[in-house]
Design a protein around this ligand. Structure first.
Ligand code: MRU
Length: 348
């Protein structure tokens, strides 16, 4: 199961809006279709949208190299549209910045075809590296769990959200294989049910025992002592250690603190935004009210009701027990631990 694959000029996306009912693929040969897929959450999860956007830019470069438009300005415009698809996950901007840096390293008189080929190499490197990063995160995080633990997770930070095995679910998978995790409580994750549709699906496929709960049950699960830790992914982590992730994550962190259980975040370096100090500065995506007033085309709320639909929230660093990265486990004071990581990440 791969969220995305690159096949000679075609980006094949596993349509995450159709899962778990149908396994369908979207073949993108046009960068505009990639942008649409990111906006519609057909491909989703911070590392996956970064990689998808990188391949989107490859498609744009190939199209422009074969056409009459002025190559560099038109490529920058396409990158701008890919950037505008979703505002919160910094991996999207990180990947596009990395791609544009490749363009910048080529002299102005380099042929567009040569730049397009270099961009393809870079996008494939981003995808390949995600696989290595995922397994390092899994190996770093697994020892944090005592044998036989049950953990709670929110949203989907699995294979579907990355290019390879996932971040939080990668840790869970490795810890399960080591006998450290015996069960996962998966929040369904309203409003778009990434937990119920995607996390539960991934875990069932892997044979990892999973119990699906509604988001509002998380506190009671902890109160009953059924989960000994919580672990989630992230869309953006600031220099101070504040963590943006799927709406509802903040609630899980507050509940974990109340019940004295660790709250872990698993994320690659590409999810850190060293340019932001505080989580207050993270742009939070607001999505269409229809996502809250119903599901699957069935309306559940009265017409005319006001809706607030932020797709993400920010968990303040003081609620985070540790951040699991490909460079090891960061512990408080997170600001200090994150500063030490900074040199390892180029760009933003
Ligand atoms: O709106 P989504 O489904 O893209 O949100 C995804 C999340 O919040 C994930 O937890 C996050 O991107 C981490 S994925 C490894």
């Amino acid at each position: 199961m791969r969220s995305l694959t690159w096949q000679q000029g075609c980006l094949r996306l596993l349509d995450q809006t159709a899962l778990p009912g149908r396994t369908e693929y979207i073949d993108c040969r046009d960068w505009r279709r990639v942008a649409e897929a990111i906006r519609k959450l057909e491909v989703r999860g911070a590392p996956a949208i970064g990689a998808a956007a990188a391949f989107g830019l490859v498609l744009a470069a190939r199209e422009l190299a074969a056409g009459p438009a002025e190559f560099r300005p038109a490529l920058l415009a396409a990158a701008g549209e890919l950037r505008a698809t979703r505002p919160t996950a910094v991996n999207l901007f990180w990947a596009l910045d990395r791609m544009l840096a490749v363009v910048g390293r080529h002299r102005d008189d380099t042929s567009p075809a040569a730049v397009a080929a270099a961009l393809e190499e870079e996008a494939m490197a981003i995808a390949r590296e995600d696989e290595v990063v995922n397994s390092r995160i899994a190996m770093s995080g697994a020892p944090l769990f005592s044998p036989g633990s049950a953990v709670l997770t929110h949203c989907n930070a699995g294979a579907l959200a990355t290019v390879a095995f996932g971040t939080a679910l990668g840790v869970i998978g490795e810890a399960w294989r080591q006998g450290r995790i015996s069960r996962v409580f998966a929040d369904e994750t309203r409003p778009l049910l990434q937990g119920a549709r995607l996390t539960a699906w991934e875990l069932v496929q892997e044979g990892i025992p999973v119990t699906l709960i509604t988001d509002s049950m998380a506190g009671w699960v902890m109160k009953l002592g059924l989960a000994q830790a919580a672990i989630v992914g992230a869309d953006r982590i600031t220099a101070g250690g504040d963590v943006a992730n799927k709406i509802g994550t903040y609630t899980v962190a507050v509940l974990a603190q109340r019940h004295g259980i660790p709250f872990y975040v698993a994320a690659p370096l590409s999810t850190f935004d060293f340019s932001l100090d505080s989580g207050d500065d993270i742009p939070i995506e607001e999505r269409h009210p229809a996502e809250v007033t119903g599901f699957g085309g069935v309306r559940t709320a009265p017409a005319g009701v006001d809706v607030f639909n932020p797709a993400f929230d920010v968990t303040p660093s003081e609620l985070v027990t540790a951040i699991i990265t490909e460079h090891g486990v960061l512990r408080p004071p997170l600001r200090v631990a994150i500063a030490a990581l900074r040199d390892k990440k180029g760009g933003r």
